[in-house]
Write a protein that binds this ligand. Sequence first.
Ligand code: NAD
Length: 264
Amino acid sequence: MGRVDGKVAVVTGGAGGIGEAAARALAREGAHVAVVDINEEGATRVAEAIEQSGGSAVAVRADVSEEIDVISAVRSVIQHYGRLDVLHNNAALTDPTFLSSDNQVVDMSLEVWERAMAVNLRSQMLTCKHAIPEMTRSGGGSIVNMSSGASLKGDRTRTAYGVSKAGVNTLTMYVAAAHGKQGVRVNTIVPGLIMTDSVRAHLTEAMLAVLGRSTLTPRVGQPEDVANLVVFLASDESSYITGQMIAIDGGMSVHVGDFGQNRN
Ligand code: NAD
C-alpha cells in the first residue's frame, strides 16, 4: 500500500523542478497524478516517465492564472479519473528574465506586479475555487500550497514575488477556515533554498554562497526534500494538520545571520 494509494492528485507547475519531484513521489506512493503546466511538452514528458515506471499520470496543459484554463483542467481531471483528492499548487513565475524585472517599488512596472500576482497568487485562488467543490463531493481532500521564505522577510529586490507569496500564506488560512468542516485541509509549504534548474538559472554563485551559509544543515535542499513533505501533507498521516505554514529550509528562517562566525 502506498501512502496516498488511489488518491487523485493535481500538481500545478509539474513539468520540472519541485513540481516534477512531487508528481513522481505522489505517483510512487500510489496516487493518480495530473501533471498540469503551461509547458505542455514538459508536462507530457513527466507524465510519460511516471507511466513508464508503472505509475498513473496524465499531462494537462493550462495557464493556471486564467480561470478558463483552470476550469477546463479540473474538468479533464474529473473526466479522466472521476474525482479529485489532492491539489498541489506549485506553479509560479520563476523565469529569470521576469524575476530580474521584479524590483523595488519605486522601479516597479505595473505589468510585472500584476503578472506576479496573477501567476503566483490568483492561480492558487482559482484552483482552490474549482477543485474544492470536487473534493467535497467525495468527502474532502488536501490542498498543499507553495509559498516561499521570501514571503516572511523583506529584501531589496523581488518585491512582487515576496508579496504574492505572502498572499498565499493568508489565502491558506482563509481557505482552511472556510472548508475545514467539509474535510478539506489546506497547508502551505515555505521553502528555503531548493536546488532546481530555475534556481541555478537565476541565482549567481555569490547569492548561492550567501544562502548556503544561512542554511544550518550541512547541505542545501533538493526537490525531493519538498516532494516528501508534499506526500506527507497529501496523505491521511497529516489529517490533523490544517491552515499551517510549514518551513522546509534547513533552518534558514530561524537564525539572524553569520555574526557568530565573525566574533573572534
Ligand atoms: P520551476 O521553474 O522548476 O517550476 C515552476 C513551474 O511552473 C514550471 O514548470 C513552469 O512551466 C510552471 N508555470 C509557470 N507559470 C505557469 C502558469 N501560468 N501556468 C501553469 N504552469 C506555470 O521552479 P521551482 O524552483 O521548482 O519552484 C517551484 C515552486 O516552489 C514555485 O512556486 C516557487 O516559487 C517555489 N519556491 C521555490 C524555491 C526554490 O529554491 N526552488 C524556494 C522557495 C519557493
